[in-house]
Design a protein around this ligand. Sequence first.
Ligand code: ZN
Length: 189
Amino acid sequence: MAVKEVLKMGNPTLRVKSEPVDPSEISTPEFKQLIQDMFETMDAEDGIGIAAPQIGVNKQVAIIGVPKENPRYQDLEDADQNDEDDEAEGFEIVVVINPKITVTDPTLRGFWEGCLSVPGLRGFVERPSGVRVDFLDLEGKAQTIETTSFAATVFQHEIDHLEGILYVDRVEDKSKLSFIDEFMKYHDQ
Ligand code: ZN
C-alpha cells in the first residue's frame, strides 16, 4: 500500500509507449499491488483517472473515472449499484488493461482537460466524441465499453498516457492552454 509520486511532464517515462500486460500477470500479487498503488495515488491526488506510467510503470493499465451522466454508460451503472461512494461523486471507476480504442463517432467535441502530470494547467482539447474501448478487466476477461461526450474524452486522455502522449500535445489552439487560476477567472464552468 503506497501513495506513489506522480511523474510530471518532462519525465521521459511519460513519453514511452507502454508494454501490454501478459494476461497471466493479472492475478499476481505484484500486479494487484500496482493497481492498489494506482488507486491510492489517484485518491490522494483527487484525480478522476490515472495511468500506470504516471507512477513510473510502463504497462498498459489505467484507472478511469467515468462520468455517470454519460447516457451510453447507463447499463454499466445499473449493473453495479452498490458502490455508493462513487455514486455520490458521480463517477464509476473502471480499470482497463491493454485497452484498444476504436472511434465510433469522429465528430470532434472539445473539453477543458487537466492532468496530474501537468499540475496547475487546463487546456482545451478536441477529440472524437464517441469511442469504443476493448480491454481486459481485473479478472483477465475481455470487456467492451462504448462511451460518448466527456466520458469518451476521459478514456482517450488516459489511454493516450499508455502511448506516451499528454493532453497538452493535443491542444491545437495554444491560447486555450491556461493556468487553473486564470481559467477559473475567465471561464464559467
Ligand atoms: Zn493525464
